[in-house]
Design a protein around this ligand. Structure first.
Ligand SMILES: *Cc1c(COP(=O)(O)O)cnc(C)c1O
Length: 500
């Protein structure tokens, strides 16, 4: 199978090349030229398979240039019980007869980005080898929290890779900072940047566009790459768990193979919900894709009106991984739904860049509304849903998942649709312990308490165990106490790679 760009469909490259390059030269995103289909009988056969077998079955349809051994090795290294603390890797939890949570947060950093970032490093190093790239890949990440840690855990000790993460010294939570400065691994580097997320991000971008500096790296056989969510190697692993969840429902006799389900996804960059759309396109019986946003509801408005308008206030919410005004993976959906009109997509993306606004055609809008239902929830409603879900079902959701639940409840109230529904649960409640505890017990329950007291408090409240990776932070040595200025970032990279 060949891959083309959303802004130039004449491009035809292998999946290994697409994964190695990340982004197409003209700015477009790589997409498969066609989509494999999966029959109901095949989906039914997944019921008896392990997560790893399901992953192999789906991924092999897209990464056709990978040999069986190559792909199998990637899957086996990524989805281990040791890393995910559960045989199922992505278990489904039944809340009530028509609502299920797909728990995507059992990986090493307690959030769903592990599902992709545990396998991406292996897909990437395999792709490098397959395309005869001899340099060692250096991953540079600027992070506002979750992605940096998930990337560090994914790339740690992966041969042929180095990873350096920059985070804003003021701008990540205490627990996120602890997760990063205690990072272990023989190929990892972490530094705080004196500034905010934009400073860290601009510093990384400056390195990526500095040809002279990249030549210097090339002389030492290093090649820069990024691990961000537009890489096909991050998106394709996400398709797997929608098939897996469906197979689990079949196996548990909650549904019969062929029955339609709804899927709810708390959305930021539109990556996770795009994967669900691709699963539907491949034949997974999904009725409605329900797109849930927080107060940064640019997608809600877009799906309802057909106009994407990022010119609005940015809100800092209690579901920070969804605080996004430009949902970069939406481009892949628009390309698909518009019938692969690359020049039209280029025009819309140019308009977004220059004016912050674009409007899709009535035809695209109608198709989009047929597929999706969209809603949003503010912090107050999100908190109320966490408390109510605990009270009614004794189940504790994190803040992102709660946005999904709030929008789902709204969907049911407005449509009366009682189709069985899977809600993507994207983070462990322990990862956002402070907001979750406030939702459950009010502000006094958290006032003046440190992170570890909060974790214990939440353990007592929820009856869930603190994830081992979080409780271990208390005793782990701090390995990276470096704080640098934005201008010093290239030097930090050079020092870490030991080049001068
Ligand atoms: C990244 C993230 C999201 C948003 O996912 P997208 O693929 O960007 O839409 C939702 N919840 C959590 C916890 C995340 O880390």
């Amino acid at each position: 199978m060949q891959y083309q760009s959303t802004r130039n469909k004449a491009i035809a490259i292998s999946s290994a090349e697409a994964i190695k390059m990340g982004l197409s030269a003209e700015g477009g995103l790589f997409v498969p030229e066609s989509f494999p289909t999966v029959s109901v009988a095949e989906i039914e056969s997944y019921a008896d398979m392990t997560y790893q077998e399901r992953a192999y079955a789906i991924l092999s349809k897209f990464l056709t240039d990978f040999s069986k051994e190559e792909l199998q090795a990637c899957v086996d290294k990524a989805y281990t019980v040791e890393k995910f603390q559960t045989e199922n890797i992505a278990p489904v939890y039944k809340l009530n007869p028509h609502t299920y949570f797909l728990e995507l947060w059992h990986g090493p950093t307690c959030a769903f980005k592990d599902m992709a970032l545990q396998i991406l490093p292996h897909l990437l190093t395999t792709s490098m080898k397959k395309t005869n790239e001899e340099s060692e890949v250096v991953i540079l990440v600027a992070t506002s929290g979750d992605t940096g840690k998930a990337a560090l855990e994914g790339f740690r000790d992966v041969d042929g890779t180095r990873i350096i993460v920059f985070y804003p010294d003021h701008g990540v939570s205490e627990i996120q900072k602890l997760q990063m400065v205690t990072q272990e691994g023989n190929n990892v580097g972490v530094a705080a940047v004196n500034g905010n997320f934009d400073d860290a991000q601009n510093g990384v971008k400056a390195i990526f566009t500095d040809e002279e500096y990249k030549n210097l790296l090339a002389k030492s056989h290093f090649k820069l790459s990024s691990a961000n969510s537009i890489n096909w190697g991050r998106l394709v692993p996400q398709i797997v768990y929608y098939f897996s969840a469906y197979a689990d429902l079949v196996m548990g006799e909650e549904i019969t193979a062929g029955d339609e389900i709804n899927v709810v996804v708390p959305t930021g960059n539109f990556g996770n919900i795009l994967a669900a759309y691709y699963a539907k396109k491949m034949g997974l019986p999904i009725k409605k894709l329900i797109c849930a946003s927080n107060q940064n509801n640019v997608l809600t408005d877009f799906i309802r009106t057909g106009e994407y308008n990022k010119n609005r206030a940015f809100h800092t919410t209690i579901s920070p991984s969804m605080d996004i005004l430009i949902s970069s993976n939406l481009e892949r959906f628009l390309y698909d739904i518009s019938g692969c009109q690359d020049s039209l997509i280029s025009d819309w993306m140019d308009a977004l860049k220059t004016t912050g606004v674009y409007r899709v055609t009535d035809e695209v809008k109608a198709k989009m509304q047929e597929l999706f239902w969209a809603g949003c929830a503010d912090d107050e409603l999100t908190m109320a849903k966490i408390a109510k879900c605990k009270e009614e079902y004794d189940y504790v959701m994190d803040t992102h998942t709660a946005v999904g639940k709030a929008v789902y409840d709204d969907y049911v109230a407005q449509t009366g649709d009682m189709t069985k529904t899977v809600i993507a649960s994207t983070a462990s409640p322990f990862k956002f312990n402070q907001s979750v505890l406030i939702a459950l017990k009010g502000y006094p329950a958290v006032a003046g308490k440190d992170e570890f007291t909060l974790l214990e408090e939440l353990q007592n409240q929820s009856g869930m165990r603190i994830p081992q990776s979080l409780s271990a932070l208390k005793t782990k040595p701090r390995l990276f106490d470096l704080v640098c200025e934005k201008e010093q970032m290239p030097q930090i990279v050079s020092d870490f790679l030991k080049i001068d």
